[in-house]
Design a protein around this ligand. Structure first.
Ligand SMILES: NC(=O)c1ccc[n+]([C@@H]2O[C@H](COP(=O)([O-])OP(=O)(O)OC[C@H]3O[C@@H](n4cnc5c(N)ncnc54)[C@H](OP(=O)(O)O)[C@@H]3O)[C@@H](O)[C@H]2O)c1
Length: 247
């Protein structure tokens, strides 16, 4: 990936951080971001030690279009281009059956989750696409997730946001097919990865007490989770110029 330049959003933790690290190891220049300045600084120090000037970063909330535009501009100003987007930033705020969620809570959680998980993806693609069209090249990877393509229980709002991401990705892929430019978009289903996503989701206590949930999660972590390095490594072929066929 020596001639490649990428933005990976939500890259101070979990899957985004691992993808950024794997890209950097392959020689790619990478711009990282998250909402929290301290997290960005900590990750930059860690990456700069290993990868020097190949990494830059900035605090950026992907739900804010101006912040996303600034990140895209900064990346192009520093690296000269942006050839790869990994629209990874995502959150899940609540875990449990929808019937326990009040109107107020459903409304406020939906605004945040859809604002980050879906509108955040749309913001990033919209901000970078004019540059990609000009350079006649781009590789875009979005993050799907539980419930995007089939029903799953207990994450209905999160799943709705991810269903939206998948629909957006498929529709853009259809549009790009007719385009002369070499721009490809794919959606990545990483499998279940043991990250903060599972710690930050608030379990609905009227449905399940914390201890039972934690016991069950320990079993899930032991038997169901996928290895983060193996999973994230499968993204690389889709970020390369050779990604021209449906796999
Ligand atoms: N873990 C899984 O099993 C799994 C499965 C399928 C799909 N996914 C998807 O994979 C993606 C990454 O999840 P993860 O499991 O790695 O979660 P994670 O460990 O919680 O990491 C999320 C990252 O995104 C950042 N972030 C959150 N909101 C943001 C925003 N508004 N703007 C910019 N950055 C933001 C976080 O940093 P700050 O808090 O500092 O902002 C953090 O760096 C998500 O889209 C998730 O839905 C995960």
């Amino acid at each position: 990936m020596k001639n490649e330049t990428a933005i990976v959003t939500g890259s101070t933790n979990g899957i985004g951080k691992k993808i950024a690290e794997l890209f950097l190891k392959e020689g790619c220049k990478v711009a990282i971001c998250s909402r929290n300045e301290t997290n960005v600084s900590r990750t930059l120090v860690e990456f700069k030690e290993k990868f020097g000037d190949s990494v830059i970063g900035a605090p950026c909330d992907v739900s804010d279009p101006m912040a996303v535009k600034l990140l895209v501009d900064k990346t192009i100003a520093t690296f000269g281009s942006v050839r790869i987007l990994v629209a990874n930033a995502g959150v899940n705020l609540i875990y449990g059956p929808f019937q326990y969620i009040s109107l107020d809570k459903a409304n406020s959680d939906a605004k945040i989750m859809i604002g980050i998980n879906l509108i955040g993806v749309i913001n990033l693609v919209a901000a970078a696409l004019p540059y990609m069209l000009k350079q006649e090249y781009g590789r875009i990877i979005t993050l799907a997730g539980g419930g995007a393509d089939r029903p799953v229980e207990n994450m209905s709002i999160y799943s709705a946001s991810k269903g939206g991401v998948l629909a957006f990705t498929k529709c853009l892929a259809e549009e790009f097919k007719k385009n002369e430019n070499d721009i490809k978009i794919n959606s990545f289903f990483p499998g279940m990865i043991n990250t903060n996503l599972y710690k930050t989701a608030q379990v609905i206590e009227a449905w399940k007490d914390k201890k039972t949930h934690e016991r069950e999660m320990e079993l899930v972590k032991k038997y169901v989770m996928t290895d983060i390095e193996k999973s994230c490594g499968t993204v690389i072929p889709y970020a390369l110029p050779t990604c021209n066929k449906k796999r």
